[in-house]
Design a protein. Sequence first.
Length: 367
Amino acid sequence: MSGGRSAERRSPEEPWGGLRPFSIKTKLGALVVIAVLITTGLLMIAVRTDTELRFITVFSMIATLLITQFVAHSLTAPLDEMNAVARSISHGDYTRRVRENRRDELGDLAETINVMADELEAQDRQRKELVANVSHELRTPIAALRAVLENVVDGIAAADPETMRTALRQTERLGRLVETLLDLSRLDSGVVPLRARRFEVWPYLSGALKECNMAASARPGPASAGHTRTDVHLRLDVSPPELSACADPERIHQVVANLVDNAVKHSPPHGRVTVRARRGPGPQSLELEVLDEGPGIPRSEWHRVFERFDRGSVTRPHGPGSDGGTGLGLAIARWAVDLHGGRIRVAESERGCRILVTLPGETSVQS
């Protein structure tokens, strides 16, 4: 999960048929063996020294209880620590961790609790970031819209088309934010049905890129309509031209729009964004590729660029009016691809950033 620590799991193949040398089963088995050996040894001493059996019994019980107490303490002490950490987590304190200094089942449990705490801490941080991001994103257009309307009401500015266009742009910015939040809600609910159908890839992608260009040249449109820069050229490359795919067009439109929007934001002035479509490795599968000429993504960040609210190390996009966004575009793209049972990833590229999407085809799409 995002922000969480990716703990290395122990190999399921354990020595001795699943019995590890430091497991609880081994310790309990050793306890029984030691108790039997102590009792047997004391009995042999009693036979050779004519010691009364009752003394041997008492000594045997005392020795066995001491060893049992030692083993029990080694098992209950970490459980008490885990209980304290779990109680802190239930009260909202995600900073405490269990010491991972054991090589038995309790060590595995401690590792699992720590991973859970990492993930809960990451989710709590993301929740706070969401509130901060949404508050910031809402405050700016609302303040600008209020200023425009106050000027019109006070007679400082006339309600001419240019003033109304300014107010409309701020309203549409609010609309884009609301649409993004709705997509996030659908992502969390996980109950969005797929309406898959077969379509021709060239006219579909051509229409999607035309919408992006029209939105950029006219005015900012909805969140799914595309970017707001006019100095970046969009190029479409589909081979073969008659290529077709089976998917939900609305969800694939989300994928293409968000990937193109992200690529355009980080493109240099007068740069080029290329959208390629090819047949995938499997039957009826499809590969989509979005390539830009920006600074690219460091390899160390490839594994988390599709996490929510992640804006990467490149926090200053190119172009006038470009901002870092809410960090949800690529997460929504991954969600839409996952709905199809596909895969989205950052791929090797000599220049810029290259995002590769693989859709499995008609047989793997679930409605």
